[in-house]
Design a protein around this ligand. Structure first.
Ligand code: PAF
Length: 320
Protein backbone atom coordinates (compact mmCIF):
# COMPACT_ATOMS: atom_id res chain seq x y z
CA UNK A 1 0.00 0.00 0.00
CA UNK A 2 1.41 3.41 -0.88
CA UNK A 3 1.05 6.18 1.62
CA UNK A 4 4.04 7.99 0.24
CA UNK A 5 3.55 11.62 -0.69
CA UNK A 6 5.85 11.12 -3.72
CA UNK A 7 3.43 8.71 -5.41
CA UNK A 8 0.70 10.16 -7.65
CA UNK A 9 -1.73 11.87 -5.34
CA UNK A 10 -5.45 11.96 -4.75
CA UNK A 11 -7.64 14.56 -6.40
CA UNK A 12 -10.95 15.16 -4.66
CA UNK A 13 -13.67 16.95 -6.61
CA UNK A 14 -16.07 18.58 -4.17
CA UNK A 15 -14.88 20.63 -1.22
CA UNK A 16 -17.97 19.96 0.89
CA UNK A 17 -18.01 18.05 4.18
CA UNK A 18 -17.24 14.59 2.78
CA UNK A 19 -14.56 15.85 0.37
CA UNK A 20 -12.81 17.82 3.12
CA UNK A 21 -13.01 14.97 5.66
CA UNK A 22 -11.59 12.50 3.12
CA UNK A 23 -8.83 14.88 2.08
CA UNK A 24 -7.80 15.37 5.69
CA UNK A 25 -7.81 11.62 6.43
CA UNK A 26 -5.71 10.83 3.35
CA UNK A 27 -3.24 13.62 4.01
CA UNK A 28 -2.78 12.40 7.58
CA UNK A 29 -1.73 9.06 6.10
CA UNK A 30 1.03 10.83 4.17
CA UNK A 31 -0.78 10.97 0.81
CA UNK A 32 -0.62 14.04 -1.40
CA UNK A 33 -4.10 15.55 -1.78
CA UNK A 34 -5.57 18.29 -3.95
CA UNK A 35 -9.10 19.55 -3.62
CA UNK A 36 -11.02 20.55 -6.73
CA UNK A 37 -13.53 23.33 -6.22
CA UNK A 38 -16.23 24.52 -8.62
CA UNK A 39 -15.25 28.13 -7.97
CA UNK A 40 -11.80 29.71 -7.63
CA UNK A 41 -10.65 29.86 -3.99
CA UNK A 42 -7.52 31.06 -2.19
CA UNK A 43 -4.93 28.31 -2.25
CA UNK A 44 -3.73 26.57 -0.18
CA UNK A 45 -6.90 26.42 1.90
CA UNK A 46 -6.63 26.14 5.67
CA UNK A 47 -9.19 23.75 7.13
CA UNK A 48 -9.95 21.72 10.22
CA UNK A 49 -11.71 18.43 10.87
CA UNK A 50 -13.04 16.99 14.11
CA UNK A 51 -13.12 13.21 13.93
CA UNK A 52 -15.42 10.77 15.73
CA UNK A 53 -12.67 9.99 18.26
CA UNK A 54 -12.81 13.65 19.35
CA UNK A 55 -9.48 14.68 17.80
CA UNK A 56 -9.42 17.94 15.79
CA UNK A 57 -6.87 18.21 12.97
CA UNK A 58 -5.81 21.48 11.32
CA UNK A 59 -4.64 21.00 7.75
CA UNK A 60 -3.86 22.88 4.56
CA UNK A 61 -4.32 21.72 1.02
CA UNK A 62 -3.91 23.09 -2.52
CA UNK A 63 -7.27 23.91 -4.14
CA UNK A 64 -7.75 23.93 -7.92
CA UNK A 65 -10.71 25.15 -9.92
CA UNK A 66 -9.24 24.73 -13.42
CA UNK A 67 -7.05 21.96 -14.88
CA UNK A 68 -3.38 22.99 -14.97
CA UNK A 69 -2.09 20.22 -17.24
CA UNK A 70 -1.51 17.76 -14.37
CA UNK A 71 -2.50 14.24 -15.27
CA UNK A 72 -4.88 12.66 -12.72
CA UNK A 73 -4.53 9.00 -11.74
CA UNK A 74 -7.00 8.92 -8.83
CA UNK A 75 -10.07 11.08 -8.59
CA UNK A 76 -12.75 10.96 -5.92
CA UNK A 77 -15.94 12.66 -7.07
CA UNK A 78 -17.50 13.78 -3.77
CA UNK A 79 -19.98 16.27 -5.24
CA UNK A 80 -23.77 16.18 -5.27
CA UNK A 81 -25.24 14.09 -8.10
CA UNK A 82 -26.28 17.19 -10.06
CA UNK A 83 -22.66 18.42 -10.23
CA UNK A 84 -21.09 15.25 -11.65
CA UNK A 85 -21.52 16.16 -15.31
CA UNK A 86 -19.79 19.51 -14.71
CA UNK A 87 -16.86 17.71 -13.08
CA UNK A 88 -16.61 15.27 -16.00
CA UNK A 89 -16.88 18.04 -18.59
CA UNK A 90 -14.15 20.06 -16.93
CA UNK A 91 -11.77 17.37 -15.65
CA UNK A 92 -12.43 14.32 -17.88
CA UNK A 93 -9.63 15.21 -20.29
CA UNK A 94 -7.11 15.45 -17.40
CA UNK A 95 -7.70 11.80 -16.43
CA UNK A 96 -4.76 9.54 -17.30
CA UNK A 97 -5.42 6.25 -19.11
CA UNK A 98 -6.37 3.71 -16.44
CA UNK A 99 -7.23 6.45 -13.91
CA UNK A 100 -9.49 5.32 -11.07
CA UNK A 101 -12.55 7.51 -10.62
CA UNK A 102 -14.53 6.92 -7.40
CA UNK A 103 -18.12 8.18 -7.56
CA UNK A 104 -19.67 8.89 -4.14
CA UNK A 105 -23.08 10.28 -5.10
CA UNK A 106 -26.49 9.63 -3.62
CA UNK A 107 -28.77 8.33 -6.36
CA UNK A 108 -28.33 7.87 -10.06
CA UNK A 109 -28.84 9.78 -13.28
CA UNK A 110 -30.66 7.46 -15.68
CA UNK A 111 -30.39 10.05 -18.47
CA UNK A 112 -26.68 10.72 -18.24
CA UNK A 113 -24.58 10.13 -21.28
CA UNK A 114 -21.63 11.86 -19.62
CA UNK A 115 -19.24 9.20 -18.37
CA UNK A 116 -15.53 9.41 -17.60
CA UNK A 117 -13.38 8.67 -20.68
CA UNK A 118 -13.58 4.97 -21.68
CA UNK A 119 -9.88 4.48 -20.92
CA UNK A 120 -10.53 5.14 -17.20
CA UNK A 121 -11.99 2.94 -14.46
CA UNK A 122 -15.24 4.19 -12.89
CA UNK A 123 -15.88 2.82 -9.40
CA UNK A 124 -19.18 3.15 -7.58
CA UNK A 125 -19.03 3.91 -3.87
CA UNK A 126 -22.22 3.38 -1.87
CA UNK A 127 -21.82 5.36 1.30
CA UNK A 128 -23.86 3.65 3.95
CA UNK A 129 -21.67 4.51 6.93
CA UNK A 130 -19.44 7.60 6.62
CA UNK A 131 -21.00 10.91 7.60
CA UNK A 132 -19.74 14.44 8.17
CA UNK A 133 -21.20 17.92 8.20
CA UNK A 134 -19.72 21.38 7.88
CA UNK A 135 -20.49 23.62 10.81
CA UNK A 136 -18.35 26.54 9.57
CA UNK A 137 -17.07 27.25 6.06
CA UNK A 138 -13.72 25.43 6.53
CA UNK A 139 -14.53 23.24 9.53
CA UNK A 140 -15.95 19.74 9.25
CA UNK A 141 -17.28 17.41 11.93
CA UNK A 142 -17.26 13.68 11.21
CA UNK A 143 -20.29 11.95 12.76
CA UNK A 144 -19.95 8.34 11.57
CA UNK A 145 -17.14 6.18 10.22
CA UNK A 146 -18.64 2.78 9.50
CA UNK A 147 -17.90 0.68 6.41
CA UNK A 148 -18.90 1.83 2.91
CA UNK A 149 -19.14 -0.28 -0.24
CA UNK A 150 -17.21 -0.05 -3.49
CA UNK A 151 -17.42 -2.02 -6.73
CA UNK A 152 -17.16 -1.70 -10.48
CA UNK A 153 -20.46 -3.38 -11.33
CA UNK A 154 -18.75 -6.68 -12.19
CA UNK A 155 -19.39 -9.90 -10.27
CA UNK A 156 -15.69 -10.23 -9.36
CA UNK A 157 -15.01 -10.99 -5.72
CA UNK A 158 -12.13 -8.51 -5.67
CA UNK A 159 -10.88 -5.70 -7.89
CA UNK A 160 -8.85 -7.09 -10.78
CA UNK A 161 -6.52 -4.06 -10.99
CA UNK A 162 -3.84 -3.99 -8.28
CA UNK A 163 -4.00 -0.16 -8.39
CA UNK A 164 -7.65 -0.29 -7.35
CA UNK A 165 -6.80 -2.74 -4.57
CA UNK A 166 -4.04 -0.39 -3.43
CA UNK A 167 -6.42 2.61 -3.50
CA UNK A 168 -8.93 0.69 -1.38
CA UNK A 169 -6.20 -0.24 1.10
CA UNK A 170 -5.08 3.43 1.29
CA UNK A 171 -8.63 4.67 1.88
CA UNK A 172 -9.28 1.98 4.49
CA UNK A 173 -6.01 2.70 6.33
CA UNK A 174 -6.88 6.40 6.32
CA UNK A 175 -10.22 5.73 8.07
CA UNK A 176 -12.61 5.62 5.10
CA UNK A 177 -13.49 1.94 5.46
CA UNK A 178 -14.26 0.88 1.90
CA UNK A 179 -15.17 -2.76 1.30
CA UNK A 180 -15.24 -4.30 -2.17
CA UNK A 181 -18.49 -5.98 -3.20
CA UNK A 182 -19.61 -7.80 -6.35
CA UNK A 183 -23.14 -6.55 -5.48
CA UNK A 184 -22.56 -2.83 -5.80
CA UNK A 185 -25.50 -2.28 -8.18
CA UNK A 186 -27.94 -3.97 -5.76
CA UNK A 187 -26.46 -2.01 -2.84
CA UNK A 188 -26.89 1.22 -4.76
CA UNK A 189 -30.58 0.37 -5.32
CA UNK A 190 -30.97 -0.40 -1.61
CA UNK A 191 -29.48 2.99 -0.74
CA UNK A 192 -31.69 4.70 -3.34
CA UNK A 193 -34.72 2.97 -1.77
CA UNK A 194 -33.69 4.17 1.70
CA UNK A 195 -32.87 7.72 0.59
CA UNK A 196 -36.10 7.92 -1.42
CA UNK A 197 -37.96 7.58 1.88
CA UNK A 198 -35.87 9.62 4.32
CA UNK A 199 -34.87 12.54 2.10
CA UNK A 200 -38.23 13.72 0.73
CA UNK A 201 -40.09 12.95 3.98
CA UNK A 202 -37.71 15.21 5.92
CA UNK A 203 -38.49 17.97 3.41
CA UNK A 204 -42.25 17.36 3.63
CA UNK A 205 -42.20 17.26 7.44
CA UNK A 206 -39.37 19.82 7.74
CA UNK A 207 -37.56 17.79 10.37
CA UNK A 208 -34.32 16.01 11.23
CA UNK A 209 -34.17 12.33 10.31
CA UNK A 210 -35.03 10.95 13.77
CA UNK A 211 -38.20 13.03 14.09
CA UNK A 212 -39.77 11.04 11.24
CA UNK A 213 -40.40 8.19 13.66
CA UNK A 214 -42.39 10.50 15.95
CA UNK A 215 -44.97 11.42 13.31
CA UNK A 216 -47.72 8.85 12.62
CA UNK A 217 -48.22 10.03 9.02
CA UNK A 218 -44.49 9.67 8.30
CA UNK A 219 -44.34 6.23 9.96
CA UNK A 220 -47.20 5.01 7.73
CA UNK A 221 -45.58 6.50 4.63
CA UNK A 222 -42.24 4.86 5.48
CA UNK A 223 -43.94 1.45 5.59
CA UNK A 224 -45.91 2.00 2.37
CA UNK A 225 -42.93 3.39 0.44
CA UNK A 226 -40.72 0.48 1.53
CA UNK A 227 -43.39 -2.04 0.48
CA UNK A 228 -43.66 -0.38 -2.92
CA UNK A 229 -39.86 -0.26 -3.29
CA UNK A 230 -39.74 -3.97 -2.42
CA UNK A 231 -42.08 -4.69 -5.34
CA UNK A 232 -40.04 -2.51 -7.70
CA UNK A 233 -36.72 -4.10 -6.71
CA UNK A 234 -38.23 -7.60 -6.98
CA UNK A 235 -39.37 -6.81 -10.54
CA UNK A 236 -35.82 -5.63 -11.29
CA UNK A 237 -34.44 -8.84 -9.76
CA UNK A 238 -32.53 -6.86 -7.13
CA UNK A 239 -32.27 -9.11 -4.12
CA UNK A 240 -33.44 -6.82 -1.25
CA UNK A 241 -36.96 -7.49 0.06
CA UNK A 242 -39.48 -4.93 1.37
CA UNK A 243 -38.66 -6.10 4.92
CA UNK A 244 -34.93 -5.57 4.39
CA UNK A 245 -35.53 -2.12 2.88
CA UNK A 246 -37.79 -1.22 5.81
CA UNK A 247 -35.37 -2.39 8.49
CA UNK A 248 -32.42 -0.68 6.74
CA UNK A 249 -34.46 2.54 6.52
CA UNK A 250 -35.25 2.40 10.25
CA UNK A 251 -31.60 1.60 11.05
CA UNK A 252 -30.37 4.61 9.02
CA UNK A 253 -32.99 6.92 10.57
CA UNK A 254 -31.92 5.87 14.06
CA UNK A 255 -28.18 6.01 13.27
CA UNK A 256 -28.52 9.49 11.75
CA UNK A 257 -31.31 10.77 14.05
CA UNK A 258 -29.85 14.29 14.62
CA UNK A 259 -28.91 14.77 10.91
CA UNK A 260 -30.64 17.13 8.56
CA UNK A 261 -30.89 15.04 5.38
CA UNK A 262 -29.01 16.31 2.36
CA UNK A 263 -32.32 17.08 0.62
CA UNK A 264 -33.57 19.13 3.54
CA UNK A 265 -30.26 21.01 3.48
CA UNK A 266 -30.72 21.59 -0.28
CA UNK A 267 -34.21 22.91 0.40
CA UNK A 268 -33.02 25.25 3.15
CA UNK A 269 -30.04 26.46 1.09
CA UNK A 270 -32.53 27.47 -1.55
CA UNK A 271 -30.22 27.82 -4.55
CA UNK A 272 -32.49 25.68 -6.72
CA UNK A 273 -30.38 22.52 -6.74
CA UNK A 274 -31.53 19.23 -5.19
CA UNK A 275 -31.32 15.47 -5.76
CA UNK A 276 -34.99 14.45 -5.99
CA UNK A 277 -34.62 13.55 -9.67
CA UNK A 278 -31.57 11.41 -8.91
CA UNK A 279 -33.03 9.55 -5.93
CA UNK A 280 -36.82 9.26 -6.30
CA UNK A 281 -37.25 9.51 -10.04
CA UNK A 282 -35.09 6.46 -10.95
CA UNK A 283 -37.26 4.24 -8.70
CA UNK A 284 -40.46 5.63 -10.21
CA UNK A 285 -39.12 5.12 -13.72
CA UNK A 286 -37.96 1.58 -12.98
CA UNK A 287 -41.31 0.70 -11.40
CA UNK A 288 -43.21 2.11 -14.37
CA UNK A 289 -40.95 0.33 -16.85
CA UNK A 290 -41.63 -2.98 -15.08
CA UNK A 291 -45.40 -2.42 -14.85
CA UNK A 292 -45.34 -1.93 -11.04
CA UNK A 293 -47.78 0.47 -9.36
CA UNK A 294 -45.78 3.45 -8.00
CA UNK A 295 -48.62 5.43 -6.42
CA UNK A 296 -46.91 6.04 -3.04
CA UNK A 297 -43.63 7.10 -4.60
CA UNK A 298 -45.39 9.34 -7.09
CA UNK A 299 -47.37 11.06 -4.31
CA UNK A 300 -44.24 11.71 -2.25
CA UNK A 301 -42.31 12.81 -5.34
CA UNK A 302 -45.05 15.28 -6.31
CA UNK A 303 -45.34 16.71 -2.76
CA UNK A 304 -41.58 17.11 -2.33
CA UNK A 305 -41.24 18.50 -5.88
CA UNK A 306 -43.77 21.22 -5.12
CA UNK A 307 -41.92 22.15 -1.93
CA UNK A 308 -38.50 22.08 -3.58
CA UNK A 309 -39.89 24.12 -6.49
CA UNK A 310 -40.10 27.05 -4.12
CA UNK A 311 -36.29 27.08 -4.19
CA UNK A 312 -35.83 26.37 -7.90
CA UNK A 313 -34.89 28.98 -10.46
CA UNK A 314 -37.62 29.70 -13.05
CA UNK A 315 -37.94 26.76 -15.42
CA UNK A 316 -36.92 24.20 -12.78
CA UNK A 317 -33.90 21.96 -13.00
CA UNK A 318 -33.34 18.91 -15.09
CA UNK A 319 -30.98 16.07 -14.29
CA UNK A 320 -27.70 17.21 -15.85
O1 PAF B 1 -28.74 12.06 2.05
C1 PAF B 1 -28.53 11.98 3.27
O2 PAF B 1 -28.72 12.91 4.04
C2 PAF B 1 -27.96 10.69 3.82
O3 PAF B 1 -27.72 9.79 2.77
C3 PAF B 1 -28.83 10.04 4.89
C4 PAF B 1 -28.35 8.61 5.07
C5 PAF B 1 -30.28 10.07 4.55
C6 PAF B 1 -28.57 10.65 6.24
O4 PAF B 1 -29.02 11.96 6.38
Amino acid sequence: MDTDSNTPGWFIAGDGAIGMALGCLLQQQGASVRLISRVAKPTPAMMSCRFTGGETVEWTCPVMSEPDGTSIDRLIVATKAYAVSDVMDRWGSSLAPGARVFFLQNGLNLDSDRQPPPSTQPLIVVNSGFAAFRDEPNHVVQTAGEAVWVGDGSARSEASDPNVRNDIACLDAAGFHVRWTPDIIARRWLKIAVNSVINPLTVIHDCVNGMLLEQPEAVRMIRDLCDESGRILAAMEVSFSAEEIHSETLRVIEATAPNRSSMLQDHRRGDGRHELDYINLPLIRMGTAHGIEVEEHQLVYDRARRMLATCEPAGGQSPA
